[in-house]
Design a protein around this ligand. Structure first.
Ligand code: HEM
Length: 415
């Protein structure tokens, strides 16, 4: 995890969402300093995107909770739901996903999907998810080294969300590629031509491919989530095509990147903390605790954002109407007023965390699915490869949003 030279920079000059801070994961030292010295902090802009406005960073658990809970004061809609208002996904596209809507429209859209994501409905998929996971591991037979990101996590999570969306397995790789580039836009490998290139390349491809899916489902409805979107009606009206596409994109992005990120970070933490791995290997009923501690320490999305709908005050700081407020979960989940020794990976601490958001209207829809996938993935990995080791230096996606490894090379069965 990174400590940046920005620690020494005066805080008023620090621009928290600059990619430079995120080269080796989130800037934990900077966050620690912000929590201690300036828990509601103003960044004057984002260096890579001169057209974007400044924003407030919120870094303590209490303040993240406050912002998440109060959707009337802190809108997900008027300025978008990430730090960047327009630079990667234009505001209009953000507002076409229910994560980028405010009530009442948000609540009605979310309700359409909630039935498909109840813990009971998700539990019914347990066997299927286990089969997907064991298939992925079977493909590794005979190999000594693999990349946990691209050889294990990616194919497993892509197939799980692909099956929920009703996509054929042979398309998983293409979809995963598109989603990874859009979510990780800005990273020099994901978008060598610059983050804005996604608007010319990947976003139109998502629209084109989705157009075909929409036409298929209109002609012959199925019982997958894509069909739910295509046939959804709000106030007696069908969704517009761009709302269907972006609803599809939201579920695909949330389903792909989040679980993949948490699984890889959690496995790395187990490998690097042999005492914790020993504990869980002796008692696999601790796997859910591994999952929660991994979610706390390595939240898959480093931030979500809101925009103030009126002048307000947070932690004694005045925030003006129209100003953006960014909630940093890698910081709030390590808030020392909440956690003892917050940087210690401790599977016995039973931590609550804000990785899925801090409650409120936008609380993650996929918690039950994510937890189930993570439990199965970690459980199967530990059973098959109890001595897995890091084989080479892991790398991170350079992004203030996607908190995930780019590569995590491991040796599967060291002697
Ligand atoms: C480790 C796994 C996951 C993490 C850490 C995670 C994190 C989050 C967070 C922090 C939010 C709140 C956004 C906000 O407050 O603006 C959110 C919302 C959401 N998540 Fe997840 N998520 C995960 C898995 C999933 C999965 C598997 C799905 C479903 C396929 C999913 C679907 C959604 C949706 C649809 C929303 C928007 C909810 C709303 O706006 O009401 N997530 N997620």
């Amino acid at each position: 995890m990174s400590t940046t030279s920005e620690e020494q920079t005066p805080l008023e000059e620090v621009r928290v969402a600059d990619r430079a801070h995120f080269k080796e994961g989130p800037p934990l030292e900077l966050f620690r300093r912000l929590r201690a010295e300036c828990p509601v902090h103003w960044s004057t802009g984002i260096s890579e995107y001169p057209d974007e406005d400044g924003f407030w960073s919120v870094t303590s658990a209490e303040d993240v909770f406050e912002v998440s809970r109060d959707w009337r004061t802190f809108s997900s809609e008027i300025g978008g739901f990430v730090a960047l208002k327009n630079a990667i996904l234009p505001l209009e596209l953000q507002q076409a996903m229910f994560i980028g809507m405010d009530p009442p429209k948000h609540d009605r859209m979310k309700a359409l999907f909630q039935r498909g994501f109840t813990p009971k409905r998700i539990a019914e998929h347990e066997d299927a998810i286990r089969v997907i996971t064991t298939d992925v591991f079977d493909r590794l037979d005979g190999r000594d080294v693999c990349d946990l990101v691209s050889d294990v996590a990616q194919p497993a999570v892509a197939r799980v969300i692909g099956s929920f969306m009703g996509l054929p397995p042979e398309d998983d790789e293409v979809w995963a590629g598109l989603i990874n580039v859009i979510v990780g836009a800005g990273d020099p490998d994901a978008t060598p031509a610059g983050a804005q290139s996604v608007i010319e390349r990947e976003v139109p491809e998502v629209f084109e491919r989705c157009g075909k899916l929409i036409a298929d489902r209109r002609a012959s409805p199925t019982n997958d989530l894509t069909s739910v979107l295509v046939h959804a009606e709000l106030d007696g009206e069908r969704l517009e095509d761009h709302e269907i596409v972006m609803g599809f994109f939201l579920l695909m992005a949330a389903g792909n990147d989040s679980t993949k990120a948490t699984y890889c970070s959690g496995m790395r933490a187990l490998i690097e903390n042999p005492d914790q791995r020993r504990k869980v290997l002796e008692d696999l009923s601790l796997v859910p605790a591994v999952v929660e501690e991994s979610l706390r320490m390595f939240p898959a999305f480093a931030h979500f954002a809101r925009t103030a709908t009126c002048d307000t005050e947070l932690h004694g700081q005045t925030i003006r109407e129209g100003e953006k407020v960014v909630m940093w979960y890698p910081s709030s989940n390590r808030d020392e007023t909440r956690y003892e020794d917050p940087d210690r990976f401790d599977i016995t601490r039973n931590a609550e965390h804000q990785a899925f958001g801090a409650g409120g209207r936008h609380f993650c829809l996929g918690t039950a699915l994510a937890r189930l996938e993570l439990r199965i993935l970690i459980d199967e990995t530990l059973r098959r490869y109890p001595r897995m080791e890091i084989a080479a230096n892991p790398t991170y996606v350079e992004s203030p949003f996607a908190n995930q490894h780019k590569t995590l090379p491991v040796r599967l069965r060291p002697l």
